[in-house]
Ligand binder design. Structure first.
Ligand code: SF4
Ligand code: SF4
Ligand code: FES
Length: 381
């Protein structure tokens, strides 16, 4: 049987002592979970290790920890899988003649530690969930009989309903690390749960609120960490992008953070140049179609703050002054290909959203193997 060494981060803020690592070795099967190993260590060696857990079946969401640097559920992560994550990284350095597999277990990030592996979910995660009005606001008048929700709408929100509130996505959110005020992946995925529900009466208010908030939907930097971290396939980042499409494209909400204009600047620049013309990105994001034209005074501060980076790039030869000022453009033929893609997408009557969580067809068409295709839901463009 392989031998695993668990390096557990111990910390008790009330003790006044600094955090430290403690090592424990277990002889367990590779397919037993990290939580099994921690509980065995608690039983056999040190009952004072703090860990929160309940169901041990990846349902209650209480055993979130970081294992070799990646967040996840301890009860849903095999020992061999956790050890593998550390191979070739600083977390599990291969050492000559050392057959042990090392798994560093530490509390989730972006939340204060209560003790050892237990973090304060109330202080961050639940506070942010409360921020998005996490309940359905009924349309009036309430029907006398049950409200039948169309099947496509239920499919649309199923992915967000799978969330078990474990906080793994919050733990690894890069935007939240920089801006602790960011509403965050779990809470924004929760917000889509109601924005996508036709029974809710406050779609516009919710979208307006989340667009206006400087820590709202436009504060996400598309780092994909929440998608990697989520043990339930909720894809919080995709839900945030759907909130943006609903807010900017469907509800025409122009936010004060220039988030929607920034997105539009990306798409129009790629259509026009075939590539991202960074020289125009900021002015267009801030100026839009205002009477100031491209160089809106609001862009001045951002442009000035970008000057050191631009100067460094020019000095190091990464960017030429001509490129910095004029950008670059694809050859004519390639540009025609890009335009064709845009025309194709613009030509659709409805926007097709892929819900990759629910797969297969309810009544699989003849010859179509069940469970092989994503379910599509269509929304008005
Ligand atoms: S994609 Fe956005 S919400 Fe998700 S972890 Fe990155 S910054 Fe946070
Ligand atoms: S979205 Fe996924 S990672 Fe985030 S809290 Fe929900 S289940 Fe956990
Ligand atoms: S103990 Fe419930 S999700 Fe791990």
């Amino acid at each position: 049987m392989p031998e695993y060494t668990l390096k557990i981060r111990r910390y008790d803020p009330q003790s006044g002592q600094a955090a430290h690592w403690e090592e424990h070795t277990v002889d367990m099967g590779a397919k037993q979970s990290v939580l099994d190993a921690i509980l065995q260590i608690k039983d056999d060696e040190d009952g004072s290790i703090g860990i929160r857990c309940s169901c041990q079946q990846a349902i209650c969401g209480s055993c979130g920890v970081r294992m070799n640097g990646k967040p996840g559920l301890a009860c849903n992560t095999h020992l061999d899988e956790a050890a593998e994550r550390g191979h070739g990284t600083g977390w599990n350095p291969p050492e000559e003649g050392q057959p042990r597999e090392v798994i560093a277990v530490e509390p989730m990030g972006n939340m204060p530690v209560i003790r050892d592996l237990i973090v304060d979910m109330d202080a961050v995660h639940w506070k942010k969930i409360q921020r998005v009005t996490p309940w359905l606001v009924n349309k009036e008048p309430i029907p006398e009989r049950e409200y039948i929700v169309p099947h496509e709408n239920m499919v649309d929100v199923t992915q967000t309903m799978a969330c078990i509130q474990c906080g793994a996505c919050v733990s690894d959110c890069l935007s939240m690390e920089v801006d602790p005020g960011f509403i965050g992946p779990a809470a924004l995925a929760k917000a889509y749960r109601f924005v996508g529900d036709p029974r809710d009466a406050e779609h516009h208010e919710r979208l307006y609120d989340l667009s206006e908030d400087p820590h709202g939907i436009y504060d996400c930097t598309h780092c994909f960490n929440c998608i990697d971290a989520c043990p339930k396939g909720v894809d919080p980042m995709s839900q945030i992008m759907r909130l943006r499409r609903r807010a900017g494209t469907d509800e025409h909400i122009t936010d004060p953070n220039n988030g929607h204009r920034h997105e539009e600047a990306f798409t129009t620049l790629v259509r026009q140049y075939g590539l991202l013309n960074e020289a125009e990105l900021l002015p267009r994001s801030y100026g839009g179609d205002s009477w100031f034209g491209k160089f809106h005074p609001r862009a001045a501060r951002e442009l000035l703050s970008s000057l050191p980076a631009i100067t460094k790039s020019v000095v190091r030869g990464k960017v030429t002054p001509k490129l910095a000022l004029l950008g670059h453009k694809l050859p004519k033929d390639d540009l025609a290909g890009v335009d064709k893609i845009y025309n194709e997408v613009d030509g659709h009557d409805q926007r097709v959203e892929l819900n990759l969580y629910v797969t297969g067809y309810e009544d699989a068409p003849e010859g179509q193997p069940e469970g092989t295709s994503a379910t599509e839901t269509e929304e008005p463009r």
